[in-house]
Design a protein around this ligand. Structure first.
Ligand code: NAP
Length: 294
């Protein structure tokens, strides 16, 4: 049988698209290789998704997953390996099966780059975060460290300087990729201290972070911190044969269509400015609206 649409990825973008497709009476299959809910499931609390003043990421993911399931979306846990074919005639190969469909939506997301410290994963949700907008509020009047020297690190450090009592900006060199104006703004903040030519070496604390060790020019510095925001870039999960930008994000037009007609990309895997739950959901809506019209 041939599906109208196959959605690859069961995060907020993919689930939203699936719900809209099903409500438009499309025959839709959602394929997810691991956990439904996407990147949000590691967030201990979400407070910026309309409708929920306070909810855990895992709970929100589960609610949207159930909504998709209850409205009849066919859902399978399989890893997609290849998209082959042309508009209205695609073959999706997974680790287990081959499926035919008319349109494809890629919603595979992106993952924050890790430093590769031995105990890094253990601290996710216990003081280690990858998103100041999502988790910054948990560090009200506390001390945090931001790692990185790109736009995200500098923007997040500015954001956190208005919440935390102190922000350490730790960067591996003394040059920055970020915009000069933002960097100057950060430098003007009294509660921000730059620690440059420095690499995060160790995270400590049990169960929550309470200390980090930083190697600055070969000398260890110990800092008492409650939170670490790792802002060293993201890695898009874009392994398919569509056009991507220099960072690997999939390039789309305003309807979310990629360089291949009939293949759409939505959510964090797509080249765009703002990567939030609300924009991921919006991408899904826009792609489906375009698919329905065509
Ligand atoms: P980014 O620009 O790639 O910066 C990553 C930062 O992390 C760099 O400072 C890099 O150091 C550092 N880094 C990378 N690997 C590291 C490692 N292993 N150890 C220590 N440090 C490491 O990434 P981003 O800040 O996430 O931004 C992503 C994209 O979104 C960029 O194109 C950015 O311009 C864009 N963006 C734009 C805006 C805006 O225009 N306002 C806002 C947000 C994001 P080095 O510099 O030494 O390589």
């Amino acid at each position: 049988m041939k599906y109208d649409v196959i959605v690859i990825g069961g995060g907020i973008a993919g689930l939203t698209a699936s719900i809209y497709l099903k409500r438009a009476s499309k025959n839709v299959l959602l394929l997810e290789e691991s956990t439904f809910g996407g990147q949000i499931i590691t967030a201990s609390s979400v407070e910026n998704y309309p409708g929920f003043e306070h909810i855990s990421g895992a709970e929100l993911g589960m609610i949207i997953y159930n909504q998709a399931k209850n409205c009849g979306v066919e859902i399978k846990q399989e890893k997609v390996l290849e998209i082959d074919g042309v508009d209205n005639n695609f073959t999706i190969s997974t680790n287990d099966n081959k499926y035919e469909c008319k349109k494809v939506i890629i919603a595979t997301g992106a993952k924050p780059r890790r430093l590769g410290l031995p105990n890094e994963e253990e601290y996710v949700g216990k003081g280690l975060s990858f998103c100041a907008t999502c988790d910054g509020n948990f560090f009200k009047n506390r001390v945090v460290a931001v790692i990185g020297g790109g736009n995200v690190a500098i923007d997040d450090a500015i954001y956190l300087s208005n919440i935390a009592s102190k922000v350490y900006l730790i960067h591996r060199r003394d040059g920055f990729r970020s915009e000069e104006s933002q960097l100057e703004l950060l430098k003007s903040k009294e509660n921000v201290e730059f620690i440059l030519n420095a690499n995060l070496k160790e995270i400590k604390g049990s169960p929550m972070i309470n200390k980090i060790i930083v190697d600055q020019n070969g000398k260890d510095i110990e800092l008492d911190v409650n939170g670490v925001f790792m802002c060293i870039g993201r890695i898009p999960n874009a392994t398919f044969d569509v056009k991507v930008d220099e960072q690997g994000y999939i390039i789309t037009d305003d309807t979310m269509e990629t360089s291949i007609k009939g293949v759409y990309a939505i959510g964090d895997v797509r080249q765009k400015e703002v990567r939030q739950l609300t924009t991921a959901a919006a991408d899904g809506t826009i792609a489906v609206s375009s698919i329905i019209k065509n």
